[in-house]
Design a protein around this ligand. Structure first.
Ligand SMILES: [Fe+2]
Ligand SMILES: [Fe+2]
Length: 322
C-alpha cells in the first residue's frame, strides 16, 4: 500500500468546538468517546517516541539490503499525527500542568511521566550508550526499540479495524455521523486510523528484515494480545485522567468492557496470530478496503457534513445577534 500524507482540513478544527461548548461525545457510546480522547495522548506519546527512534534508524541500519526506505515515510506520517492531535490535546489538558520537555521526548504530560521513565527513557538512554560504544544494529536497545514500535503498530492497526468496522462500515456511517456530538474529533481519528492501517506493516517488516526473526511469536502473543499489556494499561490510565479533566468518571471495568476496548481486543485476537505481518490476504484486503473507502467516500462525505454544520452554526449565531 502506498503511503500518503493526508492533510486535516481546517474545518475539522473549526467544528471541534475547542471552547466552553466542547462536546466530548464524538462517539455514540460515552465510554468509547473517552477512550478515543485518552488514546489521543497515548498515540501522541508514542509518535514522538517513534520519531526519535526513526532518527537512529539511518545510522544504525547501514547495510542497504536491510534498510527499508519506507521507514522514513512511516515516521513522517507519525510526526504529522502528533501535530494533528496537538490542538485537541492542549485543549483537554488546559487545566493541568502543560507537558514538559524531557531529555528524550519533547512533550511529556505528568500523567504520561511513568510511561516515559519506565519505558521510553531506558530504551533511548540504552541506544545512546550503545551508540557511544560504536554499536549499530546489534545494539540490544535499538532492537528493543524497533520491536516495541512494531508491536505498537500491529495493535494500533487492530484499533483501526475496530474503529472503521463499528463506526463507518456496514451502513453505520449515516447513523454515527447523525449521533456524533463532535464530528471534528470523529474526523481526526478517522484520518489517523486510516494512516495507521496504511503503514502498519512497515515497522513489522523492518524488524523482521533486520533481525531475521518473526515479530509475533507465541510468547509475544501471550504477553501482548492474551493479556493486558503496557499499551492497554496506558489506554485505561489515560482515559481515566482525561475523563477527570472533562469532569466525568469512568471505572477500569467500564473501560475494559466498552465497545471500543472489546472490539480492539477481539480484532487483535482474531488477526494477530503467530507470524502476523499485516500482509495476510484477509488483513491486507481489510486495510485496503477501509483506507480506500475513507479516502474515496467517508472522509469527503464527513467533511461535507462538517461544512454544512459550520454554515448552520454561523447562521444561528447571526440570527441570535439580530
Ligand atoms: Fe499515528
Ligand atoms: Fe503508526
Amino acid at each position: 500500500m502506498e503511503m500518503k500524507f493526508r492533510a486535516v482540513p481546517r474545518e475539522v478544527y473549526d467544528v471541534m468546538g475547542l471552547n466552553e461548548n466542547f462536546n466530548y461525545l464524538w462517539n455514540p457510546d460515552p465510554v468509547s468517546s473517552l477512550i478515543g480522547l485518552g488514546s489521543s495522548f497515548v498515540l501522541e506519546f508514542f509518535e514522538f517516541y517513534g520519531e526519535r527512534i526513526g532518527d537512529y534508524y539511518d545510522a544504525y541500519i547501514q547495510d542497504p539490503k536491510l534498510k527499508d526506505e519506507r521507514f522514513a515515510v512511516f515516521v513522517g506520517q507519525e510526526r504529522r499525527h502528533a501535530a494533528a492531535h496537538r490542538k485537541l490535546n492542549n485543549f483537554i489538558t488546559k487545566s493541568v500542568t502543560p507537558p514538559v520537555r524531557e531529555e528524550f521526548h519533547p512533550r511529556v504530560y505528568a500523567f504520561m511521566h511513568e510511561a516515559y521513565k519506565g519505558f521510553a527513557e531506558p530504551i533511548i538512554a540504552g541506544i545512546e550508550r550503545d551508540k557511544a560504544n560504536g554499536k549499530t544494529q546489534d545494539s540490544f536497545w535499538f532492537k528493543e526499540a524497533v520491536q516495541s514500535i512494531a508491536i505498537f503498530e500491529s495493535e494500533v492497526c487492530m484499533t483501526g479495524f475496530a474503529f472503521f468496522e463499528n463506526l463507518f462500515d456496514n451502513g453505520r456511517f449515516d447513523l454515527v455521523t447523525n449521533m456524533s456530538g463532535n464530528l471534528g474529533v470523529l474526523y481526526l481519528l478517522g484520518y489517523h486510523y486510516a494512516e495507521e492501517m496504511e503503514h502498519c506493516c512497515v515497522s513489522i517488516e523492518a524488524f523482521e528484515t533486520v533481525y531475521n526473526e518473526k515479530l509475533w511469536t507465541k510468547e509475544r502473543i501471550d504477553q501482548h494480545i492474551n493479556q493486558m499489556d503496557f499499551l492497554a494499561n496506558q489506554i485505561v490510565k489515560t482515559t481515566q485522567k482525561v475523563a477527570g479533566m472533562l469532569k466525568q468518571t469512568v471505572t477500569t471495568e467500564k473501560i475494559i468492557n466498552s465497545v471500543a476496548f472489546q472490539a480492539r481486543a477481539l480484532a487483535a485476537k482474531k488477526y494477530i496470530t503467530e507470524g502476523f505481518t499485516a500482509r495476510e490476504s484477509e488483513v491486507l484486503q481489510k486495510r485496503e478496503y477501509f483506507v480506500g473507502r475513507w479516502d474515496s467516500e467517508w472522509a469527503p462525505r464527513l467533511l461535507e457534513i462538517i461544512k454544512e454544520k459550520i454554515d448552520e452554526n454561523d447562521l444561528a449565531s447571526i440570527n441570535s445577534v439580530v
